[in-house]
Structure formats: structure tokens, C-alpha cells
Design a protein. Structure first.
Length: 251
């Protein structure tokens, strides 16, 4: 089912973070959310998961997500926040199994599959506190995937990863989408977004939609330069044109 934001606005304290945002995200596709710092990218994900009050509606098909029971919502939408943490030094496989809580079971097959796709099985029996930040990021994604959600919402999942593992992470998210789930991911790297995303939603600094559509149509130098205030060049890689920030705009 499509995930739909219908005229969503969010105010946090005195600040209007998102204003009149409407978008329809389709399953089986990876959508990257891009925008300047403070544009409301993380807030958009939380609004889509009904994790904060909004004006407007977030819908899964025709269902108002905010009206779903928490367990039902968690079965539909897997949310990976920035800097996701585990507060107890549990074994990795036990952390991943927590993703089954909305289902009320431990479904060993789902847990094993989630660890396989994130390449975390190698440290299944290690305490999570012994892992590096990048390894923990993969474990937290595995926990989300163990719940077999229809939608995966990931907020800056590349933040703690080296370049090789960042590429691996995006490849895993693409695989999840190919298997039928919808993926919405907040990114900062323009080239990674062009390489991994089918669609891009670009936000202005004021929390409005600057552009939303196929990645190749949105990730163009004029549009990116206007939003980010940088000069953008394009490189060719594997048949794709990837945007790269070259420096501050001279205008």
C-alpha cells in the first residue's frame, strides 16, 4: 500500500517545521529525503510514522496511521531513528529479536533473515556493547527488518558508516525495496542518493517541497544549487549521472 502525506504541517514549539506537505510514496521503491539542515527531514519521517502530532494526515492506503493501534502501526512501519541505541548490553541476536515484539513472537526465521541481509550474523552471539558504531547501525536496521514491516523509514542510516559499509547499507535498502517493501531514507550525500534512490523528495529550508519525482529529474545542478547554496558538478558512474558538491556557490 502507498504511504501518503496529505497536507501535513508540523509545528515544534514556536517553529513551523513542515508546511502543507503532500506526497505519495509507492512500495517497491526507495525514496531519498534531501534538504538543508533544519529543513524538517527527520520530522517528515516521524510524521509519516505518526510519532508526533500533525495537522493533516499520514495514510497507509486509506488507513489513517495515527488511528492504528501501536502494535498494528509497528507491524506496518519500521522506523530507524538517528543514533538508535540499545540501553542494555544484550547479545546481538536478542537485540534483533526485539523487532518481533509487535507480532508477539520471536520467529527465528524472520530474525535470521534480517541478520543475513544486514550481514550481522557473524556477531550474533556478541554483546552489542562490544560493537563499533557502524556495526551497531547494521544491528539496529536488522531489528527493524525482523519485524517484516511494509515500510522502512530510516533516518540518516549512513551516519556512522565508512564508505564501503555506506554503499552496502544502501544496497541492502534497495534489496528490501525490490522484495516489495517501501523504503524512505534521509540522506545528505547527493551522489549516494542518486545511486540508490528511485525517487527524491527535496525540501526547502522552510520545510516545503521544492521538488518530488524520479531521482534523475530532481537531482539536477540548478535545483540543488538553489536549495543548498553550492556549486554542483555531475560525474558518470555505471550509467548514472551522480551530482557532487564542488564548493560554495559564488553567487
Amino acid at each position: 500500500m502507498a504511504l501518503i502525506l496529505d497536507d501535513v504541517s508540523v509545528r515544534l514549539g514556536r517553529r513551523q517545521v513542515l508546511s502543507g506537505l503532500s506526497a505519495r510514496f509507492e512500495p517497491g521503491r526507495v525514496t531519498a529525503i534531501l534538504g538543508p539542515n533544519g529543513a524538517g527531514k527527520s520530522t517528515l519521517l516521524k510524521a509519516a510514522a505518526a510519532l508526533l502530532p500533525v495537522d493533516g494526515r499520514a495514510l497507509l492506503g486509506e488507513e489513517d496511521i495515527a488511528r492504528l493501534a501501536p502494535a498494528a502501526r509497528a507491524r506496518c512501519i519500521g522506523y530507524l531513528p538517528q543514533d538508535a541505541r540499545v540501553h542494555w548490553n544484550m547479545l546481538v541476536e536478542e537485540v534483533v529479536a526485539l523487532g518481533r515484539l509487535p507480532h508477539g513472537d520471536r520467529a527465528a526465521g524472520a530474525v535470521s533473515a534480517a541478520m543475513a541481509i544486514t550481514d550481522t550474523g557473524v556477531f550474533a552471539h556478541r554483546p552489542v556493547g562490544e560493537l563499533s558504531g557502524g556495526e551497531r547501525s547494521r544491528v539496529m536496521l536488522a531489528r527493524v527488518l525482523a519485524g517484516e514491516p511494509q515500510w522502512v523509514l530510516a533516518d540518516e542510516p549512513l551516519a556512522n558508516l565508512d564508505p564501503a559499509h555506506a554503499i552496502d547499507m544502501l544496497d541492502r535498502l534497495r534489496q528490501i525495496a525490490r522484495e516489495g517493501a517501501g523504503v524512505i531514507v534521509v540522506l545528505h550525500d547527493l551522489a549516494q542518493a542518486a545511486r540508490a534512490a528511485d525517487d527524491v523528495l527535496l525540501l526547502t529550508a522552510a520545510g516545503r517541497v521544492a521538488a518530488f519525482g524520479a531521482a534523475a529529474d530532481v537531482l539536477t545542478p540548478p535545483l540543488l544549487e538553489a536549495i543548498f547554496g553550492v556549486e554542483v558538478g555531475m560525474i558518470e558512474r555505471d550509467g548514472r549521472r551522480l551530482p557532487v558538491a564542488l564548493g560554495r556557490s559564488r553567487g
